[in-house]
Design a protein around this ligand. Structure first.
Ligand SMILES: [Zn+2]
Length: 403
């Protein structure tokens, strides 16, 4: 080998090394940035003045009975074989033109998978917990991966007036999606402390509105109230409950929508119903529950109970159908919610991902276009008595496929 050639290979190796090093550095920096940013200064002072804040973090009025490590471990051995769909999920692919005509009734909602939902109300477009990334994770190469591409491209959304974020967990607050909105004009309405993440990712402070529970923000003809939820927050090991979590009430002149956020069972649902209900539509969290974390998330039967407590007229389940975050099958939340809704006489609609609903046009009975497959309930896992029961009492779909 000539000296010239050796030099060439050495140079190439050096270049490769530099490239690799740069790539790893960028990946690490992005992951680090995705972990989020801490509140300081005036933002922190305001958080510290919240009735929810003491001992250096936010608290629920009822502490969470949670993180039962033994049950988490045992549950992992009994995880459903169908926690992730084996067949493609029937997604309705939305187009920009679908939103060109405002809803005739004044209220239209488009569920885009998991908690991501577009709500058109009072002449405004609100986008809730937007996740457009492939994974709910600080890194792009690991973590829960979405089962299908977003039903609607970010660029095809109607002009968004406000983005509502319920809390800072990765399945609700996605750095890449927020960064993509840097050049937009929308407001971000978020619980106390979450604004520090947004500001850290380049969103100008004047676009960020932080709310404590029961505080509200107004757009012309529309009030958005942050309401209590029983949950937790944090993006890495050492920032647990350093930002607040919330649900939202969206109140227009003649329509009201409630979004539960992530929450366990709490008597505060009744307060929300009494103070701000009744609601024409509730976006109610039904999925990613387990008895190892009973207070983190409502199970489907609790979601139906919560719907009655908040005085909801029609329930649209969210927080399911996109990511594998628990041990139940991907269809169990829908099956159980439907069974419980029929039993309680609660009106419910379960759209396909991407499907738009106008509550004014929804039928009176509990309904579901039964678009998901009938899968067996888990027989072996602990805590599945309710699942088995729900399946036993099952509940044939009362409405046939609508399309
Ligand atoms: Zn969640």
């Amino acid at each position: 080998m000539t000296a010239r050639k050796r030099f060439g290979i050495g140079k190439m190796l050096a270049a490769l090394f530099v490239l690799l090093f740069a790539g790893v550095s960028v990946a690490l920096a992005q992951a680090w940035d995705a972990l989020g940013h801490s509140a300081e200064g005036a933002r922190l002072v305001r958080m510290q003045a919240s009735p929810q804040w003491h001992d250096g973090r936010f608290h629920n009025p009822q502490p969470l009975a949670n993180d039962d490590l033994w049950k988490i471990l045992v549950g992992a051995f009994h995880k459903s074989d169908d926690a992730t769909p084996k067949q493609p999920v029937p997604v309705v692919l939305d187009k920009r033109s679908d939103f060109a005509v405002p809803p005739a009734s004044g209220l239209r909602v488009t569920w885009l998978g998991h908690a991501t939902t577009l709500v058109e109300i009072g002449g405004h477009a609100l986008l809730i917990d937007p996740i457009w990334s492939d994974r709910a994770s600080p890194v792009t190469w690991a973590g829960p991966k979405r089962w299908y591409a977003p039903p609607l491209a970010l660029a095809d959304l109607p002009p968004i007036d406000a983005v509502l974020i319920s809390h800072d967990h990765y399945d609700h607050l996605d750095r890449a999606t927020i960064v993509a909105m840097k050049g937009w004009t929308n407001k971000f309405i978020v619980p106390l402390g979450v604004g520090a993440h947004l500001a850290g990712w380049g969103i100008p402070e004047e676009r960020i509105i932080e709310l404590d529970w029961w505080e509200s923000s107004k757009l012309p003809g529309l009030e958005i109230v942050a309401v209590p939820a029983r949950h937790t927050s944090g993006r890495y090991l050492f920032d647990r409950d350093k930002t607040l979590w919330a649900g939202f009430a969206m109140i227009a002149a003649n329509q009201r929508v409630y979004y539960s956020g992530d929450t366990g069972m709490t008597p505060q649902f009744a307060d929300i119903g009494n103070r701000l209900g009744p609601f024409d539509l509730s976006l109610m969290q039904i999925g990613e529950y387990d008895e190892a974390w009973p207070d983190w998330h409502l199970n489907p039967e609790q979601a139906i109970q919560a719907q009655q407590m908040v005085k909801g007229k029609l329930m649209l389940p969210v927080h399911h159908g996109l990511l594998d975050l628990a041990y139940h099958s991907w269809t169990e939340p829908m099956d159980r919610a439907l069974a419980a809704a029929e039993k309680a006489g609660v009106r419910m609609v379960i759209p396909r991902p991407g499907e738009s609903i106008e509550p004014a046009n929804a039928p009176d009975a509990a309904i579901a276009a039964h678009w998901w497959p009938s899968l067996p309930a888990r027989a072996s896992a602990s805590g599945d008595k309710m699942a088995a029961q729900a399946m036993d009492e099952s509940v044939k779909p009362s409405a046939k496929e609508t399309q």
